[in-house]
Design a protein around this ligand. Sequence first.
Ligand SMILES: [Zn+2]
Length: 322
Amino acid sequence: MNTLETFCTGTLTCFLIAASVCFSASVTTETKVEEAPQSLRFDALKSLGDPSLPGTLPTYFSPHYRAQALAEQRLLGGEVDYYRKELGIRMDLSLGVLDRTQWTKVTADYPYGMPNEDGHPYVILFPANLGDAREMMQAERDVDPAVVRAVKSRGSTWDSAAAKSFNMIGLHEVGHAILEAYGIVPGTRWLNEFLATYIAYAYVESRRPDLRWLWPVIQAGNQLDRPQKHVSLDDFESMYMALVTDDSGDNNYGWYQGQIFEQVKKVYQQHGLAFLKLVRAEFPADSQWFALGNQKTLEKLERISPGFIGWSRKLEANSRRK
Ligand SMILES: [Zn+2]
């Protein structure tokens, strides 16, 4: 998937990595609340009979991928531990680090390589073999040369950086589980994406500054300067699934994710982690998912952190591709 873009596209052609997306938004409706004790996804993961790593983030992995599983458990489990401590949340979350064959036995909705979160209890899927997910990565030739130079100045190849940036998507996916466990019900789909990225970003800023260099890698694939057909938050809400599943190569969904990321950075600098508590007060757990609409959602956010309405208008003012 192209950087923050694509996670959600059913076809794999182009996307890249990015931080976000996720179908989880499309399935996170109130129906998600009255779940059975074990979700179908969790059952499918368990039925693989894979070895597992215990801990606050139980991790199941395809044979021969123990090292990859340990690394992902450490990163994503670190995010879970951080928010358990900071926000006092408790949730039942597992991680599957799977090869392509096993991946397709657990999900038919997400192409191999696209980190994703779904189910109750929550299950995150992450690719065990990133070399087998190259079609999900942005090609070096399509990326801003300045970003490629910055990556290489660190002694990394572009492909290696693109592979590592899948971790940021994983952090975003965990963010979706955390925001729900914390008791936030976003009034719109874009706010759901915003908060998942916010949670991932806050964790990296606070505990994993060594990963900051991967944000530009993800953003490079989102092509913020590329003219898009859809640029407004209204379009994002009304055309969400069409944007997510679009395989035209326009990267419109990634463009939105990238714009959201830029706003996340600004708000975090002003409010830090305290922003999440303010948001929960305005979007409490007894609300209906995505039912508030843009105007009321923006008005609430404007009271918390002035600038959201201006940001929304700025998005709409972007030039549109015919
Ligand atoms: Zn998402």
